[in-house]
Design a binder for this molecule. Structure first.
Ligand SMILES: Cc1cc2nc3c(=O)[nH]c(=O)nc-3n(C[C@H](O)[C@H](O)[C@H](O)COP(=O)(O)O)c2cc1C
Length: 201
């Protein structure tokens, strides 16, 4: 278990500035990311923001919390290349797979170059049954909506940290499942490559 550094609760730019600067970045510099940045991105995605109620950074239909976040690490200081699962309750990472999986993930994502070139990819997957158990068929819609909330939080947090990202939805579900060794009941919804970007662009 890797305990992440606590997230910062104040940033350098306003939410309005982050929204106005948000855009897709697909070209990353070869600098590594660090654990503070990973911690901040995961907190923005699914972190616990209110301990007493276990409320999270992204809303969830009926607080059913169907989403799981994986860090596909290739070039992160303090994190060996591998796949790690985020545990919001302890704000920690658990090793899920060893080895650099970015190239295989890129192949599963129709060879999108940015998936293999980014120092790290964040994967959002979902256990639909957690939500459909309560809401039936409508739960499917709710889960997809939640992935959007979470991806947008990550995108805006990237801007605030001076990082670039893009939301990737075009991939072969079964291949991504295989590369990331996702449990049978978990379906991949988004991949977000994240990296430092040239400020000139
Ligand atoms: C549901 C969804 C799926 C997307 N899938 C991909 C993708 O597979 N690859 C990619 O490079 N961009 C993907 N994008 C990013 C869009 O191409 C991008 O948001 C759009 O061109 C607008 O540019 P902007 O984000 O810079 O405003 C996706 C965006 C959304 C909302």
């Amino acid at each position: 278990m890797i305990t992440l550094p606590p997230p910062a609760l104040k940033g350098k730019i306003s939410v309005e500035e982050a929204i106005s600067q948000r855009h897709s970045d697909r070209e990353y510099l070869s600098f590594p990311l660090n654990l503070n940045q990973i911690s901040q991105l995961l907190w923005a995605a699914q972190g616990i923001t209110e301990k007493r109620s276990n409320r999270r950074a992204s809303p969830s239909a009926g607080a059913t919390y169907p989403l799981e976040i994986y860090v596909v690490s290739g070039n992160v200081e303090g994190l060996e290349p591998g796949v790690y699962k985020y545990h919001p309750s302890t704000h920690s990472l658990a090793l899920h797979l060893t080895g650099d999986k970015r190239a295989a993930l890129s192949r599963a994502a129709l060879n999108q170059r940015w998936v293999s070139e980014a120092p790290v990819d964040l994967s959002i997957s979902a256990v639909y049954s957690r939500t459909t158990f309560r809401y039936g068929k409508r739960g499917i819609r709710y889960v997809d909506m939640e992935a959007g909330h979470t991806a947008e939080n990550i995108s805006l947090q990237c801007i605030s940290l001076g990082l670039g990202s893009v939301v990737v939805g075009a991939f072969d579900d079964e291949k991504v499942k295989e590369v990331l060794s996702l449990p049978e009941e978990e379906d991949p919804l988004y991949i977000l490559p994240v990296g430092k970007v040239s400020t000139a662009s």
